[in-house]
Design a protein around this ligand. Structure first.
Ligand code: MG
Length: 430
């Protein structure tokens, strides 16, 4: 099995205890048999995979600290707290329940990319020594520690009435106690952990959280918050029942934070993030798409975030922390309602299109977009595909990593303009 953009993902036929134990040998050797925290989400395959990973790591000499079922941001927060060399998290994030994955984060809190994963893959085979087996221990207070750190950073809030949609994932462990301690009146949805995700699919898309939207309207609460299975992604629903998409969650977080450093985000993120940064007098830096690339670029940055709704608050860790982000929202509601906050920023519309293309054609199409941007002296970057930024719109032409497509995505102040931009770049690359 091979590392993808963020860890090793697979169905149980492929990613099972047999393969997991071997991967753990490689991971343990890569981190020189150091101290490693291990955590998992609540998927049905989580327990056996975690036991295999723990056994594999200890077999190559690691000191393993098992955190049990906790959210990904909790596990990543514990790296610094327990002074570990790495965290290994068994979670397939927002993917359907039959999937699982092994995610690796190093001692600095940086997720291991595909490139670094190749080094780990080389270390899978090797001799095992009976007298170098490491110790395994349990640590049960990770969620408590994380809650305490979040409250210290965000501060307690005035009583707000909110609905938490935990999606039957690890948010069930942390979100209800956290928001109670923050001082909120809470109602919950899908708050029983169940690795089959019976309440709703794990990805918090607008369609998947329709029950939350309905509940927010019916109960007349201040907001709704929903997470994916491992709790790094978060979305909001305002007091009117309006769904607030990931990039907007990030943009709002910038307004609520008192960051000084750069704003870091991927090339696929809405212009609204740059607008929010501009309001705070901050510079926006773009990275390739994928959590590891975002983490790697966080050095000296003030805040980071992805288009899918994950915000990195480096003061706490380099994890996308959906719970700290939620806590910052609750605090911000003391000043304005969520819909008033959204009005502080411009709204954009987007249009996307897929152009069928094989491997070689893909790079040709992207090259054409790049040549055009250069020739027209446009503002562009080619970190990951080609993104061209205009006055109040932008477009990206990017090859799909897994399918035979080139994607064109445009965003503008009107749907019509976004459509025109896609059409323009379809012709340029066509
Ligand atoms: Mg996730």
């Amino acid at each position: 099995m091979h590392f993808g953009t963020n860890g090793i993902r697979g169905l149980f036929e492929e990613l099972n205890p047999e393969t997991a134990v071997k991967l753990a040998y490689g991971i343990g050797r890569y981190f020189n048999g150091g101290k490693i925290v291990v955590a998992r989400d609540c998927r049905l395959t989580g327990e056996v995979l975690k036991n295999a990973v723990v056994a594999g790591l200890a077999s190559v000499g690691c000191t393993v600290i098992d955190l049990g079922i906790v959210s990904s941001p909790t596990a990543e927060y514990m790296i610094r707290k327990l002074d570990a060399e790495a965290a290994v998290i068994i979670t397939a994030s927002h993917n359907p329940p039959e999937w699982n994955a092994i995610k690796v984060v190093d001692g600095k809190g940086i997720a291991v990319s595909k490139e670094r994963g190749k080094e780990i893959e080389k270390l899978v085979e090797g001799k095992l020594w009976w007298n170098r087996v490491g110790r395994i221990s349990f640590y049960e207070n990770a969620t408590k520690d994380h809650i305490k750190a979040i409250i210290e950073m965000a501060g307690k809030a005035k009583k707000k009435k909110i609905i938490l949609d935990c999606g039957n994932g690890t948010a069930c462990v942390i979100a209800p106690p956290l928001f109670k301690e923050l001082g909120c009146d809470i109602l919950t949805l899908n708050s029983h952990m169940d690795g089959r995700f019976p309440g709703r699919p794990s990805e918090p898309t607008e369609k998947n959280v329709e029950n939350l939207i309905r509940a927010v309207k019916a109960e007349k609460v201040d907001c709704g918050i929903a997470w994916d299975a491992d709790g790094d992604r978060v979305i909001f629903v305002d007091e009117k029942g309006q769904y607030i998409i990931g990039d907007m969650v990030y943009a709002l977080s910038i307004l609520w934070s008192d960051v000084k450093g750069d704003v870091v985000t991927t090339v696929a993120t809405s212009r609204v993030v740059e607008d929010a940064a501009g309001k705070k007098g901050l510079k926006t830096r773009y990275t390739a798409i994928g959590a590891p690339y975002l983490c790697e670029a966080m050095e000296g940055a003030g805040i980071g975030g992805e288009e899918v709704g994950g915000v990195i608050w480096p003061e706490l860790s380099l994890a996308k922390d959906g719970f700290l982000t939620g806590a910052m929202l609750v605090k911000a509601l003391e000043r304005k309602t969520l819909s008033e906050w959204v009005k502080e920023l411009p709204s954009y519309y987007n249009v996307k299109e897929k152009i069928p293309a094989k491997a070689k054609e893909k790079s040709e199409l992207v090259k054409k977009a790049l040549e055009y941007a250069k020739k027209e002296k446009l503002r562009y970057n080619d970190i990951d595909g080609v993104r061209v930024d205009y006055e109040d719109s932008w477009v990206i032409v990017r090859p799909s990593g897994t399918e035979d497509y080139v994607r064109i995505f445009a965003e503008a102040k009107t749907l019509e303009k976004a459509g025109e931009l896609v059409e323009k770049f379809r012709k340029i690359t066509g």
